[in-house]
Design a binder for this molecule. Structure first.
Ligand SMILES: *Cc1c(COP(=O)(O)O)cnc(C)c1O
Length: 420
């Protein structure tokens, strides 16, 4: 074998001992990625759920270019700038009514940390300290210590478990067992926890597990009745994935705190926001400086990232964006219909633009051997798909065409032919 220069890069969620050569991407356009050796790869998972309108959308790229030339970083304490102000104003118009303040950070995980700190800060400042967080089974909220603590315990975080704080966990609302979840939330709420955090309508990294809007509405109703803060982690569901701009819309729910990231810049630059109701801001508003919200990161509200987010928000003002969403959702539904009758698959499901199906395999779960086999099979066909164990999901950018979906689902059918 020819000696190859070894890269010093340690990649995320990558077992380097089992990983073949990394695919080197040189540019992206729409739903496609292009490799250094001139292959065209179809990005069927939106580059880990972030790319919404397509790679290198010209309107977003222009906004980045223009802003980079004017102001590309500024301390955000004591200073502000037009791109951030515009993003905050437009966000409040688009998100559920009742959210009134916008806190910027730079990733989904940090937006969750901010949400948790807001909740604890609120209870501390109103003189009724509460610290317990109620979470849902199979949830994923990020990889920092706080975000892992409120996420499901498992192989992802076994090594760090002693460091994770205790939470109260309620079961996932499986079909026909929804009341069990709702009852468990009510029992948990009686003990006066600080907040309940949940991914609305779909648990993403937990296996693309879906539950109906009425359950989300009931969860919110129970939290409200017991005066427990309701945190919606829309880091993945936001920006159209669920079929509406935000998943909470489908249940007519306004959370007390909401986290958005991934598609916030259309998937072009890292940025996140945590929105909250006035009561949470007001509890920190005081001439007493100890009540300050003590949180920041160096690149908070980075102007270039905010300009990209502003461009994304502009795109959503155009009805064409929602039409594309509806059209992709319809195409996705059509594409999965045949799999409902294919006995090699089970739990064939769809929420908005996301479809998921489980390949019946002897071993299930994230570390199921079938996962990497499937991924390698798809890679050979120039399809970027990354199954969660035996769960295959399709989450393309909204510019994906019927022909693209045909290619993806043909790949999935042939993977089942080859591997089962
Ligand atoms: C991806 C994700 C996060 C973490 O976001 P990062 O930007 O990767 O830190 C948090 N919550 C949910 C629901 C996610 O899907």
């Amino acid at each position: 074998m020819m000696a190859r220069k070894k890269s010093p890069i340690w990649h995320p969620f990558t077992q380097h001992a089992l990983q073949g050569e990394m695919t080197r991407i040189v540019h992206g356009r729409g739903a496609y990625l292009y490799t250094a050796d001139d292959r065209r790869i179809l990005d069927a998972i939106s580059s880990w759920w972030v790319v919404t309108h397509g790679h290198c959308h010209p309107h977003i790229v222009d906004a980045i270019r223009n802003q980079a030339d004017k102001l590309n970083q500024i301390i955000f304490a004591g200073y502000t700038h037009d791109p951030a102000e515009a993003v905050a104003d437009q966000l409040l118009q688009l998100t559920p009514p009742g959210l009134e303040y916008v806190f910027f950070s730079d990733s989904g995980s940090t937006s969750v940390e901010v949400a948790l700190k807001m909740a604890l800060g609120y209870w501390n400042n109103v003189g009724e300290p509460r610290t317990t967080i109620v979470v849902m089974q199979h949830s994923y909220h990020g990889d920092t210590i706080g975000a892992m603590s409120v996420g499901s315990r498992g192989v992802f975080n076994a090594a760090y478990r002693p460091l994770l704080f205790d939470v109260t966990s309620v079961p996932f609302p499986a079909k026909d067992r929804e009341q069990v979840t709702l009852d468990a939330i009510e029992v948990a709420c009686r003990k006066r926890p600080a907040a309940f955090i949940v991914e609305p309508l779909i648990s993403g990294a937990g296996g693309m597990l879906m539950y109906p809007a009425w359950v989300l509405a009931e969860m919110k109703r129970i939290c409200e009745a017991w005066n427990v803060l309701f945190i919606a982690d829309e880091v993945m569901t936001g920006w159209g994935r669920s079929g509406t701009l935000f998943a909470c819309e489908q249940a007519d729910v306004t959370p007390d705190i909401a986290c958005y990231s991934k598609g916030l810049t259309g998937g072009s630059l890292p940025l996140a926001v945590t929105l909250c109701r006035a009561a949470i801001f007001d509890a920190h508003y005081s001439s007493d400086r100890t009540r300050t919200f003590f949180h920041s990161s160096s690149y908070t509200a980075n102007p270039v990232a905010c300009a990209a987010a502003k461009a994304n928000l502009d795109l959503w003002q155009n009805p064409a964006a929602r039409q594309r969403l509806a059209s992709l959702a319809a195409k996705q539904e059509q594409a999965i219909v045949p799999f409902r009758a294919d006995t090699r698959f089970e739990n064939v499901r769809r929420l908005g633009t996301i479809t998921a199906l489980d390949l019946k395999a002897r071993d299930a779960g994230y570390l199921a051997g079938i996962g990497p086999q499937l991924q390698a099979f798809f890679a050979k066909r120039n399809l970027l798909l990354r199954p969660l164990g035996n769960t295959i999901y399709v989450m393309p950018p909204y510019c994906a065409m019927t022909a693209d979906l045909d290619e993806i689902y043909l790949g999935i059918r042939e993977a089942a032919d080859a591997l089962t």
